[in-house]
Design a protein around this ligand. Sequence first.
Ligand code: NDP
Ligand code: 2IT
Length: 449
Amino acid sequence: MNSYIERVISDAQQKNSNQPEFLQALKEVLSSLEPIIDKDDKYEKNSILERMTEPERIIMFRVPWVDDNGKIQVNRGYRIQFSSLIGPYKGGLRFHPSVNLSVMKFLGFEQIFKNALTGLPIGGAKGGSDFNPKGKSDAEVMRFCQSFMTELYRHIGQDVDVPAGDIGVGGREIGYLFGQYKRIRNAYEGGVLTGKAICYGGSLARTEATGYGLLFYMREMLKQHNSSMEGKTVTISGSGNVAIYAAQKAFSMGAKVVAMSDSNGCIYDENGIDLDCIKEIKEVKRGRIKEYLDCHPNAKYFEKTGENSPIWEIKTDIALPCATQNELQLEDAKKLVANGVIAVGEGANMPTTLEATEYFLANKVLFAPAKAANAGGVATSAIEMTQNSIRYYYTFDEVEKKLDRIMTNIFHECKVAADEAGVSGNYVVGANIAAFKKLADAMIAQGLV
Ligand code: NDP
Ligand code: 2IT
């Protein structure tokens, strides 16, 4: 490997030895930059990699709140303001017990590259808390969100840092966070958060955007290789925001989604998943995917017993991991390849381990990397910010068309960068190089930042 890249990875390993997810994301990106770093010494001369791998600012704070029994609870809040090179810090908030500094930093790091790929003026950030919304009452979630924002408000703003949703943070949470921000600021700063409900400044199609965007990217990638979604069998892990709308668009492109999952297990319905039933369970009742059997007794349920999800054992043409990081590991990749998978598209952030990704690429499976393939969510967030700035609304159709154009462009940028690097068809390398070039140019142009 290039000695400059090697040195930066090794220094990062020493400095962040207790942050495995962050190091994993960093290694994946840096090790793919060789074709461009080798060619031009301006990157090393300007210490671009050292600067790009160190967040501009990390904020960690206490979030005290009172549960329904009157007991005081304390969680930890985070906001990683990773890069403001090309716009205000931008990225989601995750509420999940697995949240820690390493997870936040990996997500913030990925977000810089993803946001650069959208071509829109947004920097990169991530935040969240180890708060677990599962099983909490609406009142508890509201009190938590109000306390979280009582600290976060001083660090954000529509031209400073614009959070949005991610795992465990959807329309309900964004509403409570926005209400508290507005009270504290005594101003209607519509663009301070995205993923808002339509009735107070949200964008049509933001809810659908990440899943739809993933399918637009898949469509372009398959077209490039003389294939399409039409008639394909699809399995999708997760059953949250990204998974549900990925499934919806897959069906509308003529594919058949036969399996979906949650953290407890997966359902298989050979007739095709009934999405209305999934939406009722997940969006309305906040229930478990197993309840699908209540309305479809002929479907099958496989409980997750070990570390690996049973969903990857199901034969499929196309696999879309849309739940969480490292959910698709080498042994899962081997099963998918043995069962004839032709394409994998990452709806979640870093769902595929490095070894599994390499296995797919070595076996000529088309692979759509997260930072490109799931960029439709944040791109539509930027379109929401635009609407808030101009105090106007676009129709669903207008937003969807813009999203489609952005995702199509992203695919073609990844393709061109992969071709130029001499690794045609490797969109992992393509995405990393295309994003890196934009960020490095901005960093050089702005002097020592
Ligand atoms: P949701 O909270 O709506 O849904 C998350 C889904 O993933 C649920 O089905 C959940 O199951 C499952 N899941 C979460 N954690 C785990 C885990 N540790 N093991 C197994 N399953 C798990 O989140 P989103 O759909 O918004 O996010 C899904 C992924 O997509 C994340 O990686 C996120 O970072 C990424 N993403 C989201 C975007 C967005 O706009 N929302 C944009 C781009 C990427 P359970 O209910 O059992 O916890
Ligand atoms: O990972 C992601 O890109 C998101 N969770 C969406 C971020 C956003 O600002 O819309």
